[in-house]
Design a protein around this ligand. Structure first.
Ligand code: TRP
Length: 337
């Protein structure tokens, strides 16, 4: 029975194209969780507008992101997939939680500090949404009474504030929210920049050769891998002294299932040329079927709409139960029927 399963909640913003970092770091792990857990996978469009989005692009990316979830192997029959703005409880719960969150703790968040530096002084400016972003994330998680939240390292602070807000509310009133834990996958595959392999791969880098998008055509993938920074040591070895090679080995290992020791052995005495070619082919093999599927799915609007309708209904039902409790506890009068 799905009721007995632990609940997982996670989301990705439809604010840009996804890289293989998102794929190996998030999506591929989500797929593994779908049998064991009751999973909610959300397209967090409310979060996306904390910085300016072109409406037409936001619409396209939102559906593309849902298609990518499915193409990556997240089964719409087993999981609840939905768009955050379809479930109004997120925005309502966020308002309530805002009143139990301190400006001080929000302005200390590393991501807020980084982003506000970036937008300060430009025509977008630092919107209040950027400051309140973690409260919306807390609402996402707490509404579903999530046990576990798979997130990257950059989001652990937001998870911590979620726990603090939940505990604060539970203590002030009575137990209302489950206190969620972070979920760190056993074999965390952190994909690094192909040009500066000591930094995380990021789509916001100015140099497109530093990242690979899930939707990059095969020839672009081959070119980017062939240009990936390695070193002059010339030995395929899994070592922190060779971060570029190490990163490529990680990619080869997760795409083929080969252990890093096997990879070292296989390319012993061969330099980097064949190794890089094989990394590129392994990536192409992994991504090409996903790309085909995404393209197919975005053209099947009826199918996507069906999934979204079902997802919204299930999510709304669960979220509204928690929201009603919150409203009652703070002293709001329930609607008269
Ligand atoms: N803030 C997350 C990110 O940028 C996305 C997100 C929004 C999220 N709500 C969430 C992740 C709830 C996990 C749970 O990566």
């Amino acid at each position: 029975m799905s009721d007995e399963k632990k609940v997982i909640f996670s989301g990705i913003q439809p604010s840009g194209e996804l890289t293989i970092g998102n794929y190996f770091g998030a999506l591929k792990n989500w797929v593994k969780l779908q049998d064991e857990y009751d999973c909610y996978y959300c397209v967090v469009d409310l979060h996306a507008i904390t910085v300016r989005q072109e409406p037409k692009d936001l619409r396209r990316r939102t559906l593309e992101l849902l298609a990518t979830y499915i193409a990556a192997g997240i089964d719409p029959e087993k999981n609840t997939m939905f768009i955050q703005s379809h479930v109004s409880a997120h925005a309502e719960a966020q308002w309530i939680l805002n009143c139990f969150t301190y400006v001080g703790e929000l302005s200390r968040m590393t991501q807020f500090k980084d982003k506000s530096k970036k937008y300060e002084g430009n025509d977008v400016g630092v919107g209040a949404g950027l400051l309140n972003y973690p409260v919306l994330m807390a609402a996402d998680i707490l509404l579903y009474q999530a046990d576990l939240v798979p997130v990257g390292k950059d989001q652990t602070q937001h998870l911590e504030i979620t726990r603090n807000i939940a505990e604060r509310f539970n203590t002030l009133y009575s137990p209302t929210f489950k206190i969620p834990e972070g979920y760190i996958p056993e074999k965390g595959a952190k994909i690094m920049s192909l040009q500066e392999p000591t930094k995380k791969m990021s789509k916001s880098s100015d140099n497109p050769n530093s990242f690979i998008l899930i939707m990059d055509p095969p020839d672009v993938i081959r070119k980017k891998i062939s240009r990936a920074i390695t070193d002059s040591i010339g030995v395929v070895k899994y070592s922190d002294e060779q971060p570029g090679v190490k990163n490529l080995m990680n990619i080869l290992s997760i795409t083929t299932g080969m252990a890093v020791e096997e990879i070292e052995k296989k390319y012993d005495g061969q330099g980097y040329a064949q190794f890089k070619k094989d990394v590129a082919e392994a990536l192409v093999n992994e991504l090409e079927p996903i790309q085909t599927k995404v393209k197919e799915l975005v053209n099947d609007k009826t199918y996507l709409e069906e999934i979204l309708k079902k997802g919204e209904q299930k999510a709304s039902y669960v979220a509204n139960k928690t929201l009603s409790k919150m409203m009652k506890k703070v002293g709001f009068i329930p609607k008269f029927k």
